[in-house]
Design a protein around this ligand. Structure first.
Ligand code: ZN
Ligand code: ZN
Length: 250
């Protein structure tokens, strides 16, 4: 029994040469007081560390400590710049207060920054997601056609309707101009009906001289919209203007 126990205590799993994060196990150097095998490891940063084989294999220890303690003040990671240490996360990594290019701040762990997992306050992901949604199957929908048309008539002097919109100073708010998904979200939560018949669901500017923006737009049928037309000039034929109304189906 005694003999067997002694034999057990000298056994260890050979991990010489194996890499664990930034550490490479170099040499078995004996056991600690809990009978765990200890390995001398070389860290990528140049330091040497003595680490138990079990904490290496379980992924608990991935560096000599440099990863956790690295000072990254002022360093940039994607859109984020680390400002100051603000604490530790559950895995004992430092948390950094970061400033994002968009103006927001975020608290991010050193490991997420260095590993490249986190590159913004979240704005990058939101943008990518909305771009992806726009380009994946939404560019052909009726509402997207209307969105493009609205932007064209407000900003492209060559557009046939420009003189009634952009030419009169009508603009599309930034929120909508840059982001179809924002326009789409507004539309669906304010009565837009994608199955409406032509003329039954048109975008109407409440103030006819106002812009395309959430506070000045609503979905109405064509009759309501015609009632809301800007006063016609003398000689302006009824119907001529209607051609340039915001018909969702084109
Ligand atoms: Zn190190
Ligand atoms: Zn941001």
């Amino acid at each position: 029994m005694q003999k067997k126990k002694t034999k057990m205590s000298t056994r260890y799993k050979d991990i010489a040469g194996q890499r664990f994060g930034k550490l490479v196990a170099e040499e078995y150097v004996g056991k600690n007081e809990h009978n765990f095998a200890l390995w001398r490891c070389k860290c990528d940063c140049g330091n040497t560390a003595i680490v138990t084989g079990s904490s290496l294999r379980s992924g608990t220890t991935k560096s000599c400590g440099c990863l956790r303690e690295r000072n990254i003040t002022g360093q940039r990671f994607g859109r984020l710049v680390a400002i100051k240490k603000v604490g530790k996360n559950a895995h004992r990594y430092n948390l950094w207060l970061c400033e994002c290019d968009c103006g927001n701040t975020a608290e991010v762990a050193t490991s997420a920054l260095i590993g490249g997992h986190t590159q913004s306050c979240g704005c990058l992901m939101r943008e990518t997601a909305s771009k992806t949604m726009t380009t994946h199957g939404r560019t052909n929908e009726r509402l997207h056609v209307l969105w493009r048309e609205i932007k064209q008539r407000c900003s492209n002097p060559n557009n046939i309707s420009y003189k009634y919109y952009g030419g009169r100073g009508v603009t599309v708010c930034e929120e909508w101009a840059d982001n179809y998904m924002a326009f789409r979200e507004w539309a669906y939560s304010n009565g837009y009906d994608e199955y409406a018949k032509r003329g039954d669901c048109t975008i109407d500017r409440i103030d006819v001289n106002g812009n395309y923006e959430p506070s000045n737009c609503r979905w109405v049928d064509m009759k309501t919209q015609i009632r809301n037309q800007r006063p016609r000039k003398k000689g302006y034929k009824r119907g001529a203007y209607n051609k340039h109304k915001d018909i969702t189906s084109s």
